[in-house]
Design a protein around this ligand. Structure first.
Ligand SMILES: [Zn+2]
Length: 293
């Protein structure tokens, strides 16, 4: 009798076990939760308040990666500085690059700012082009479709649920996209500068132009020569908006604002990176609002 009970328990725990999914960033966790619903247990590796290029490889992250059935990454080399050693230490064959339990979502994105020559002299952090497509609401549905496909492949028994969840999610995101598009059409400032090239995808979608970055090159600390050049550009072009992320130093942006009369706007780079951005909807609404302060 005990044996039968044990077998029943084991069988039901396998049958109703959730799929363990890790995502590198929080926006991917939120999309995966929306598609996976109660069939998945999602863990996010990076703290959304910190620099996404350099996540501290804490031992607790290795422990998390050991348990996962699926790993979903942004790709475009955004994780290159921190994820490979974690994956090596976790030694979980299921989620290694190229395995069924691994998904790189950059495959469905047309990458911007691809360098003509890959060299350290062109900045250190974006060797494959700009990986910050997460800030653009237009990236969400292609990524959600890819995640739906992956979940359906590795957990075929629940594929109808995943597809039904995608339909609801798509409707919600499409509605918000239209609202934000209309809202952004009336934004009077069509030219901005930014600290790091975090906002290129989203400003392009809203027909706003970036006229320069406070960093001379991606990942390179501002220099006074470059800062003075940027101030001149802003004065000549009448640029009144500086887009600043939450995790880089704000001093240089403040100095430039003083010299040009421009406003510094703190724009979130991920879900949960600043207050009031804890859901995907709140995040994209805040991004649009802060692009046009
Ligand atoms: Zn970057």
């Amino acid at each position: 009798m005990k044996k039968i009970l044990l077998i029943t328990l084991l069988f039901s725990s396998t049958l109703f076990a959730k799929l363990n999914v890790a995502t590198t960033y929080n926006y991917l966790a939120k999309i995966t939760e929306a598609i996976g619903g109660d069939k998945v247990k999602v863990t996010c590796l990076a703290n959304p308040k910190l620099d996404p290029h350099f996540v501290t490889p804490k031992p607790s992250l290795i422990g998390k990666l050991r348990r996962e059935d699926l790993l979903i990454i942004n790709g475009g080399q955004l994780e290159i500085g921190w994820l490979p050693p974690l994956l090596k230490s976790a030694n979980n064959a299921k989620i290694n690059v190229g395995q069924p339990g691994f998904l790189d979502v950059s495959g469905v994105i047309e990458m911007m700012d691809k360098p003509h020559i890959v060299s350290r002299a062109y900045g250190g952090v974006h060797p494959d082009g700009n990986p910050h497509f997460a800030l653009d609401i237009y990236s969400v549905i292609p990524i959600a479709k890819l995640i739906t496909l992956k979940l359906s492949i590795i957990d075929g028994a629940n594929s109808a649920t995943y597809r039904a969840n995608l339909k609801v999610f798509e409707e919600k995101i499409e509605k918000l996209t239209q609202t934000l598009k209309t809202q952004m059409q009336s934004c009077p400032n069509r030219k901005v500068v930014q600290y790091h090239e975090l906002f290129n995808y989203t400003i392009k979608s809203y027909n706003i132009e970036s006229k320069g970055t406070i960093e001379p090159l991606p990942g390179i600390t501002p220099s006074s020569k470059h800062t003075m050049k940027l101030i001149n550009i802003m004065k000549t072009e009448g640029i009144k908006t500086i887009l600043q992320d939450a995790y880089h130093e704000h001093k240089t942006a403040g100095f430039i604002a003083d010299k040009t009369g421009a406003k510094v706007s703190i724009v979130p780079h991920d879900v949960g990176s600043i207050d009031g951005t804890d859901t995907l909807e709140d995040f994209y609404t805040m991004v649009a609002k802060r692009l046009c302060p």
